[in-house]
Design a protein around this ligand. Structure first.
Ligand SMILES: C[S@@+](CC[C@H](N)C(=O)[O-])C[C@H]1O[C@@H](n2cnc3c(N)ncnc32)[C@H](O)[C@@H]1O
Length: 265
């Protein structure tokens, strides 16, 4: 059984941390022994999870490329996690070198690593902030001079909202973001699914015990987070099926994470 979880605003090196365990699952290097132990435990009890997280990361990268190709030049990457190249600004700037990215995450270790990584990277900034306070993220984004809310922006919530329980009103959070975005803006969101069956041993409980409280949701519930934005084709789908670069492999069950991109009219 994994070590006890740390309390809110401290860096605990001996306990697994959700951001670092995720980094371990997507093959990153920002992990410590406790995170790798949790990763091994997840692999034993929930073997699909590695591919599920990788599918989410790959979805986010395709979505960034897509919205960049539609002319989006500014991004707010909320719950960005540790650097893992290609990062949002690297993808966006490969399409448009002038693209700007505000990264945000609530995690202290993520903050330190991202700030170090971004030093000297033009068009980027990091803000340590909790998505529970979206107004602060938007205000800081504007204050840095990086984000102009009068122009279309892409807000990213990639594999983040399933950490947000219903009690703290996720709809209010995401609607504050949607309201502040100019017409033409995009919302990019991926979210663990509660209505796609996991492998028999591969369930929500495993994740929760390994890392943090998690709130997988149904497709119709996740769709509500897009509000009155228009989902671009193919809509909200298992993340691996969102505009895949190669034909999807339908011989294996869909991975239990949704991905979708929607635009404000
Ligand atoms: C599973 S990782 C996803 C990282 C990145 N978005 C990606 O798709 O690769 C989730 C990240 O969300 C962050 N996070 C969780 N709850 C958050 C909150 N309430 N506010 C801001 N960040 C949060 C964690 O610290 C972690 O870095």
């Amino acid at each position: 059984v994994p070590a006890p979880r740390p309390s809110a605003d401290q860096v605990h090196l001996a306990a697994p941390d959700p951001a670092r365990v995720y980094d371990c699952l997507i093959g990153g290097s920002n992990t410590l022994d406790a995170d790798r132990a949790a990763g091994v435990w997840i692999k034993l009890t929930a073997p699909d999870l590695f591919t599920t997280m990788q599918a989410s990361k790959a979805f986010a990268r395709r979505a960034i490329r897509f919205v960049s190709s539609q002319g989006i030049k500014q991004f707010i990457d909320i719950g960005c996690g540790f650097p893992n190249s290609p990062n949002t600004h690297e993808i966006a700037q490969s399409v448009n070198p002038a693209a700007k990215v505000l990264y945000t995450d609530k995690d202290l270790t993520v903050a330190r690593r991202v700030e170090e990584y971004l030093r000297g990277e033009p068009g980027t900034a990091f803000l340590r902030s909790n998505v529970l306070n979206p107004e602060a993220i938007l205000a800081e984004g504007v204050a840095t001079g990086l984000i102009d809310l009068g122009q279309p922006v892409a807000c990213m919530l990639a594999a983040v909202f399933h950490f947000i329980p219903e009690e703290v009103h996720p709809d209010g959070i995401v609607s504050s973001l949607r309201r502040a975005m100019a017409p033409g803006s995009y919302l990019i969101l991926s979210h663990l699914a509660s209505d796609i069956l996991w492998d028999t041993k591969n369930n929500e409980e495993t994740l929760r015990r390994a890392t943090s409280d998690l709130y997988p949701r149904t497709k119709s519930r996740v769709t509500e987070f897009f509000g009155d934005f228009d989902l671009v084709a193919p809509g909200l789908v298992p993340a691996a099926e969102w505009r895949p670069e190669q034909a999807p492999d339908h011989s294996t069950p869909a991975l239990a994470i949704y991905g979708g991109v929607a635009q404000k009219n």
